[in-house]
Design a binder for this molecule. Structure first.
Ligand SMILES: [Mn+2]
Length: 436
């Protein structure tokens, strides 16, 4: 008997997609409804692939709902699956831990009468006898789940396909947090046939040697520029000997990309725009109806360096116009990062002499000043206090990551280019005036 199980995680239903819906004219509706549309795709895939079971490894919800519509959106999809005779099991993760969710809605029961959510009081085993499958799992009670939950999971049941459903940050790191810590080796030792993990949004298999697949399916819809590329779920094919293979299926309705343009060989700003247009044309061929959200990143050592830094606002507007004009409604620019450098072979001694040379020297030497982060922090303090919390950001998404050396050097680079270009323009004006 062969069976199919769909494994997904980190739906983050109705999570706001960062930094987009604040722009005028952005395809706001499409962006806001992206996680719901991806979940609908999951339901459709489960039905069209005729899967026997759907498991969701935590963070179905992004947090407590602002209104009941988020819950209703899930009820709708769960009901569709139940009507199609497909059972579903969901555990709660750090984002939708039991004590964080104050609202709830009555959920449909699975076709066999069992509940969709797994307990947060103890690890449980759910048997699907006719399928020869048992799922072991446990929900988070609270966000900061520091216990090794996997250690509480029961021993495998022989003769059945044993699937472990777990939300975990594994050994933990600063980005993902140390939630429900455990190691891939501990999971392997458990003796299950497949580990369906959630929490880490990048797809990965941590299988050790001949051990079972230990799979993070990743989230089903990227939510910001750090969640690039295809997102979706995996479908596990289990054979009659309880051996399994799995395959990825994309579910996302919009996709984030970095569009890197090397401006080294360019002499005109228009060439940047041409290059971006080519990128759009190429990407649209494989977009498959998805909205593409590129962040344009300009790199390279170029005589355009100063100009690009100075004209950033105009350049963003130009790039957005090209996105709209050539993207056929399928492209929206996320943002621009100018990361170019000034040509090193520039004849500094000719261009810069006297006050300009000393100014350039002062600006360049700021980069070596150890107190710079502190100085900038104190300069920004007043502004930071006035910024609303969501714009201030935090950790890896902070508005002013003053401890980030790369950010700081780009800030300096940009400021230097700006000041020098202004001085240059002023000097030019002065010269032509003198000539006249
Ligand atoms: Mn999580």
């Amino acid at each position: 008997m062969t069976r199919k199980i769909l494994h997904a995680a980190d739906i983050h239903l109705d999570s706001p997609l960062q930094k987009l819906d604040r722009y005028d004219h952005a395809p706001v509706q499409r962006i806001r409804s992206a996680t719901r549309a991806a979940l609908r795709n999951l339901t459709e895939l489960a039905i069209s692939e005729n899967v026997d079971l759907v498991v969701i490894a935590g963070d179905l919800y992004d947090g407590d709902w602002t209104d009941q519509n988020t819950g209703l959106a899930f009820v709708e999809q769960a009901s569709t699956l139940v009507r199609a005779g497909i059972p579903m099991l969901v555990i709660r993760g750090n984002h939708d831990a039991a004590n964080l969710m104050t609202s709830s809605l009555p959920l449909p029961s699975n076709p066999d009468g069992s509940e969709i959510f797994l307990s947060h009081d103890a690890a449980e085993s759910r048997f699907f006898e006719p399928l020869g499958i048992v799922v072991h799992g446990m929900s988070f009670r609270s966000r900061a789940e520091k216990r090794n939950l996997a250690a509480k999971y029961p021993d495998p049941v022989s003769g059945l396909f044993n699937l472990g459903l777990l939300h975990t940050g594994l050994e933990g790191d600063s980005v993902h947090g140390n939630y429900a810590p455990c190691t891939a080796a501990q999971l392997t030792d458990k003796g299950y046939d497949y580990w369906a993990l959630g929490h880490i949004h990048t797809r990965a298999d941590l299988k050790i040697g001949d051990g079972p697949p230990i799979v993070f399916s990743g989230n089903i819809q990227g939510r910001h520029i750090r969640e690039q590329g295809e997102k979706g779920c995996v479908i596990i094919d289990v054979d009659s000997k309880n051996q399994c293979e799995y395959q990825f299926h994309s579910l996302d309705v919009l996709r984030w990309f970095e569009c890197q343009i090397d401006v080294t060989a360019m002499t005109q700003q228009d060439e940047v725009l041409d290059s971006y247009q080519d990128w759009i044309t190429e990407r649209l061929e494989t977009a498959d109806g998805r909205l593409l959200i590129p962040r344009v990143r300009l790199i390279g050592e170029s005589p355009l360096h100063m100009k690009l830094h100075q004209n950033q606002a105009n350049l963003v507007a130009d790039l957005q116009a090209i996105s709209v004009a050539h993207g056929a409604g399928e492209v929206w620019l996320e943002d621009l990062r100018v990361r170019t450098t000034a040509p090193t072979n520039r004849s500094v001694s000719v261009d810069l002499e006297g006050p300009m040379e000393s100014l350039n020297h002062v600006l360049r030497s700021l980069g070596d000043d150890e107190d710079l982060p502190e100085i900038i922090t104190s300069e920004l303090e007043g502004l930071m206090k006035k910024l609303p919390k969501e714009l201030r950001g935090s950790d890896d998404d902070a508005a002013f990551p003053v401890d980030d050396k790369q950010w700081m050097s780009q800030l300096l680079e940009s400021a230097t280019a700006d000041v020098m270009a202004r001085m240059d323009a002023a000097a030019d004006g002065h010269t032509s005036e003198a000539k006249r």
